[in-house]
Design a protein around this ligand. Structure first.
Ligand code: Z5A
Length: 230
């Protein structure tokens, strides 16, 4: 059985990385992973991220997030670097794992490009849609969890961490446009993108995500049938 791709999205500091790790642990602790593996529906559970989910992608990530020394990265060059990272990730990691029946938890995917390069940098959204299609070869997420947090609160959280990368250092209005992008995407794709209230405590956010995951896993794998089979 083909695997599933679950993506975590949102502005800086929304808690994606924290919640991705918690979800991975919950899938193990709750028995979902073992149940699906026993029944042969799931082969394995993996986590990954963009940019940087492959060896090539790690090098691209360093280029993208490093502080500029001699020249700033131009917006179209930035867009193409994210697309190159994604093409490598889709062909070299995501699709092979999906073909093997993996459940993949991925930190950021195509919606980040629309939100950051489209809404944030102002690059034409049709161009981004075309490029996303080239980079993914049509691979969409099965579920995207959008951690909805206002940009200012997210930036405070990341600043408390001490260091800021090139994109985190962009001004607040940039991050507010990004947040607007995620908001509009969620309105446009209510089936694929599920809003999570990321203003709550880590535990409360995790509980919201677990509720959504339980519903989706039940729908994808037919939980009633699983129970009936024992
Ligand atoms: N980017 C792009 O422009 N275009 C693209 O196509 C793609 C990406 C794919 C990748 O960085 C950068 O690339 C990113 C977008 C851009 N911009 N930047 N910079 P990344 O994904 O590696 O890192 P990030 O997006 O900046 O994530 P982050 O800063 O690590 O934040 P996060 O993953 O959302 O949050 P976190 O690490 O889980 O938590 C942040 C802090 O908040 C941490 O101290 C937590 O302990 C704390 N936290 C977490 N949850 C809570 C709650 N509920 N309450 C209070 N505090 C919390």
């Amino acid at each position: 059985m083909r695997g599933k791709l679950i993506v975590f999205e949102g502005v800086e500091g929304c808690g994606k990385t924290t919640q991705l790790r918690r979800s991975q642990q919950w899938l193990v602790d709750s028995g979902w992973q073992a149940l699906l593996q026993t029944k042969g529906y799931l082969q394995h559970l993996v986590t990954t991220r963009e940019p940087g989910g492959t060896a090539l992608g790690l090098q691209v990530r360093q280029l993208l997030l490093a502080q500029p020394t001699t020249e700033a990265i131009e917006s179209r060059a930035e867009l193409l670097l994210y697309a190159a990272d994604r093409a490598q990730h889709v062909d070299g990691y995501l699709n092979p794992h999906l073909l093997q029946g993996a459940l993949i938890l991925c930190d950021r995917y195509t919606d980040s490009t629309i939100a950051y390069q489209g809404y944030g940098r102002g690059i034409d959204l049709n161009l981004i849609a075309q490029l996303n299609h080239v980079a993914t070869n049509g691979l969409e997420s099965d579920l995207t969890l959008w951690l909805d947090l206002d940009a200012a609160t997210g930036l405070v959280r990341t600043q408390q961490r001490g260091t800021a990368d090139r994109i985190e250092q962009a001004d607040l209005s940039f991050h507010q446009r990004v947040q607007q992008g995620f908001t509009e995407l969620a309105q446009r794709h209510p089936q694929r993108i599920i809003r999570i209230d990321a203003t709550r405590t880590e535990t409360e956010v995790a509980e919201q995500i677990q509720t959504v995951l339980t519903q989706r896993l039940a729908a994808w794998y037919g939980v009633e049938r699983l129970k009936a089979e024992g």
